[in-house]
Write a protein that binds this ligand. Structure first.
Ligand code: ARG
Ligand code: ZN
Length: 878
């Protein structure tokens, strides 16, 4: 055997979509035996290969540097040393027969695996994470999503420390091996790519339930967690059952195995993983009880449980041909989980939440050096492309198709997609083609959403001719890395016309579009395009981009009075909210740029008090109408970021609202007090949301400290507790340190709650936050090994605390650079996810700009930097 050591340290080469080649073989089946021991694991893999006609006889397998190759056989005989070449990443067999069984035995060290990729040890249990390219760290294999095969798995382990042995598919035989060891076998009848393989072995408690599918299949449902968490799985289980029913009802899709297993692990790089029949979850998205989880946490559990369940069809039954197609499964599955959550909770509020996330995370990505299309064209490290663009913008792309062709044609398109591609590895193109064929619509131009990066800007201008209202839309999209010139997109713009008395006006349209439920969806395809609405009553106000029908930045010519009118009158909740936000933002942006101390105009106060008095609207939506635009959103409306001034302007306006409406705020706050204690029902959740928004204003009033502290002390659930704690953490209240300490002492045994304790301090707007955050990395509860802990402190600080991260002396940037380097030594994937905030130097002035670049440079200087971090830091500097 020839060992090519130089390859181990060579940086990874860029992979390109245009270089895609289909695999040269098929694999009929794989038999895997895992022999798990305390300090190592041995993996025996036997796969039946069949070379395709005309393919050469050479075989290339993917591998990794962290495993030892113990044996390599073809049809039971060892492959001679001169017949293969092994580097750190590739195992190449010179010549293989047309059909053969490949035998590979590898030895792994799961306990040393801090990268949390492949087979690793977490909280006393063995578990795997194979997406995107983790399976190659378990055995040498064609680790690519277009190689599908049937898996048969046998796990052998210590009976006492690993009573639970799980893998994909349906359970097979199990039994005792003597010597204190036992085994279990699993068969997955559905061919799958290696990234969907999973194994779990450990000492876990189980919550069990069952579900009967529409066609009568009995499915055994299990959620595995550590013993002390068994009382926190109920909501996840209910969510799973709701997901199963929803997918049957809405998409006609049923589950296809006898068991559905979910395992919660505390060390996990991402949210969760849809492995066939054996989902592995970050504990954060499984465990929830009113005492330990906020209402938002409950919603996330439901959303992620749904997301992974929905992957069973969109991801598993139909998977991706290559990783450039990632959004085929992720964008589509996010769209599906958003729809599910909308149906389970409030569609209007869910949409606001999703749009807020998109704008806060995806828009900056699309506007910065890491911008890439929903279907990227090249990458160095694929794990760096599990981005908000692929996921959230990807979901918007699906949503737009849904709007353009309508819900019925969309459903037909989904049916056709499954009819054509079930059991296959497909592409984004296949999906678009199915939608096109099912609807008869022409989506040729629409496909640019997959290939062009950047957030388009749409400008809407009005003109009148007689009684006709003409709305002219103009679109443009700024250059992004590697894409200088953009072609015009096809986008669905949902419009409404609100008559002078507040009612919906329906007017004949001249132009490309159609009316549907009081709104008109127009197709914007040109750079510049007009839509004429005939015979519109005077005083009618257009409501543009209802439901945020396209992921764009809209610039319109509505006056303050018109915005105030829509804020109250529009039937579309998104536009009501957006108009309110626009009104607040306009004023705040002016305050920042003019450094004015002017009292807010009467109109703003009127709108605010109008919302306060609104009894007809869902309190959860009222809560959003009463919330000022966040500092990040405000920053996006400015040429160059002025973090302190944004912060001050926003605080000042909040104080003005609090002063001007103190009585109404307090009255409403009192009236929302839950009569009968805690409930998780929608109405109760909505009331909490509103009440906690009001508390923000109350905290600014003369006895704010007292009220906030009382709210904290009396809270009988984590939602209220965190609302108060967050205010206390921002404040200079005398009680601050004492309350934070008490909270820590009370919850020190609960990791997920302690994550909140770190996060609430990382988000503090106090001027000492950078040094406090740095201090917290020395805290006994802090660890560089746990991704949740890292994110709760470091990502919360750098991504959500704009004013403190952008501290003028550059301390925030230097801190982040140091953290990236520290984390990279243990966990490159998670380290790489910390890089993005440093790439936003184009948005700030000197000296910040220089400090940010220096921080990036300091990371680049480190030797042995991972490919993951290097790729993003280099791009961030470009
Ligand atoms: N497919 C998973 C999801 O449901 C994400 C897993 C990605 N993991 C990774 N290490 N890249 O979205
Ligand atoms: Zn997913």
């Amino acid at each position: 055997m020839v060992d090519v050591r130089s390859a181990a340290s060579a940086p990874k080469q860029e992979i390109r979509l245009e270089d895609y080649e289909a695999p040269a073989f098929t694999i009929e089946s794989i038999n895997l035996i895992f022999r798990l021991h305390d300090d190592y694991a041995e993996v025996e893999a036997r796969s039946l290969f069949r070379m395709k006609k005309g393919a050469g006889s050479e075989l290339r397998l993917d591998g990794g540097p962290y495993m030892d190759l113990l044996a390599l056989e073809i049809d039971g005989s060892p492959v001679p040393d001169d017949q293969f070449v092994k580097s750190a990443e590739v195992l190449q067999l010179r010549s293989v027969p047309e059909k053969f069984e490949l035998g590979v035995v590898t030895r792994l060290r799961p306990r040393e695996n801090t990268r949390l990729e492949g087979l690793y040890f977490s909280g006393g249990n063995f578990c795997t994470q194979c997406e995107a390219e983790g399976f190659r760290h378990i055995t040498y294999f064609p680790d690519r999503p277009d190689v599908l095969t049937r898996y048969h798995v046998r796990i052998e382990a210590d009976t006492k420390s690993c009573p639970v042995l799980l893998s994909n598919g349906n359970p097979g035989q199990k039994g005792d091996l003597g010597d204190g060891r036992h085994f279990a076998e699993w068969n997955d009848p559905h061919p799958k790519p290696s990234y969907l393989f999973a194994l779990v072995a450990g000492n876990l408690a189980c919550q069990n339930d069952s579900y009967t599918t529409a066609s009568g299949r009995q499915v055994d449902l299990n959620i595995y967690v550590s013993e002390q968490d068994l009382d926190k799985c109920d909501y996840a289980m209910q969510s799973l059952k709701r997901s199963m029913a929803w997918d049957e009802e809405v998409f006609g899709l049923e589950y296809d195995l006898d068991v559905y297993n979910i395992v919660a692990v505390s060390d996990f790089n991402m949210g969760a993983m849809e492995n066939k029949g054996l989902n592995i979850f970050n504990t954060k998205y499984v465990l929830a009880s009113p005492e330990t989880a906020t209402d938002a946490d409950f919603d996330h559990v439901e959303g992620v449980i749904g997301h992974e369940y929905f992957h069973n069809w969109t991801g598993n039954r139909v998977t991706c041909r290559d990783w450039f197609q990632l959004s085929l499964k992720e964008g589509l599955t996010v769209f599906r989980d958003q729809e599910f959550s909308s149906d389970m909770t409030s569609r209007a509020v869910k949409r606001l939440d999703d749009v807020r996330v998109l704008r806060m995370l995806q828009f900056p990505e699309d506007a910065g050096p890491l911008a890439h299309p929903v279907r990227p064209e090249k990458y160095i490290e694929i794990n760096n492309f599990y981005t908000t663009t692929v996921y959230n913008k990807g979901a918007e792309v699906i949503r737009m198709m849904h709007s353009i062709i309508g819900p019925e044609a969309f459903r037909k398109g989904m049916d056709l997609y499954f009819e054509r591609h079930d059991g296959q590895a497909a592409t984004c193109e296949d999906f678009a083609a199915a939608m096109e064929d099912a609807s008869g619509a022409d989506l040729k131009q629409f496909r640019l959403w997959y290939s062009q990066a950047g957030t388009p800007k749409v400008t809407a201008r009005r003109s009148h001719e007689g009684r006709d209202l003409i709305i002219t839309l103009e679109q443009s999209c700024a250059p992004s890395p590697g894409q200088g010139v953009k072609l015009p997109y096809h986008m669905p713009i949902r419009l409404g016309l609100v008559g002078p008395n507040g009612g919906e006006v329906t007017a004949d349209l001249e132009g490309d579009g159609k009316w549907e439920d009081g709104s008109c969806i127009v197709n914007l395809r040109e750079t510049h395009q007009s839509f004429r609405f005939k015979n519109v009553p005077e005083g009618t106000v257009p409501s543009i981009l209802r439901g945020f029908s396209a992921p764009v930045v809209l610039d319109h010519d509505l006056s303050d009075d018109e915005l105030a009118f829509l804020a109250v009158q529009d039937s579309d909740p998104f536009v009501r909210w957006e108009s309110t936000q626009d009104l607040y933002s306009r004023y705040l942006v002016k305050q920042v740029s003019e450094d004015g101390e002017g009292h807010p105009p009467e109109l703003l106060l009127q709108v605010f008090t109008g919302h306060l008095a609104d009894k007809a609207t869902d309190p959860a939506l009222v809560a959003e109408l009463l919330t000022l635009p966040g500092e990040i959103a405000l920053g996006q409306k400015m040429e160059s970021l002025a973090p302190e001034r944004i912060h001050t302007a926003r605080e000042t306006l909040a104080k003005a609202f609090a002063d001007a409406s103190s009585e109404n705020i307090i009255d409403l706050y009192q009236s929302l007090k839950a009569a009968q204690g805690y409930s998780h029902e929608q109405g109760a959740k909505a009331n909490r949301r509103l009440r906690n928004v009001l508390l923000n204003y109350i905290a600014l009033m003369p006895d704010g400290e007292e009220t906030t502290q009382r709210r904290y002390a009396e809270a009988d659930n984590m939602t209220d507790c965190m609302a108060a704690l967050s205010l206390i953490s921002h404040s200079n209240f005398d009680c601050r340190d004492k309350v934070l300490q008490e909270f820590y002492d009370k919850w020190r045994q609960n990791d997920l709650v302690i994550d909140k304790w770190f996060a609430v301090q990382a988000q503090s707007k106090r001027s000492d936050t950078v040094s406090k955050v740095r201090e917290l990395t020395q805290h006994e509860a802090f660890t560089f090994k746990n991704p949740n802990r890292l994110r709760s402190l470091i990502s919360t600080f750098s991504m959500l605390n704009q004013v403190r991260f952008h501290e003028k002396n550059g301390e925030g940037y230097r801190f982040l650079a140091e953290m990236i380097v520290r984390v990279d030594e243990l966990n490159p994937q998670t380290a790489a996810r910390l890089v993005a905030p440093l790439g936003r130097w184009g948005r700030v002035d000197e000296p910040r700009k220089g400090f940010m670049k220096d921080a990036l440079m300091s990371v680049l200087k480190v030797s042995n930097l991972s490919d993951d971090v290097r790729e993003l830091v280099e791009k961030s500097l470009a």
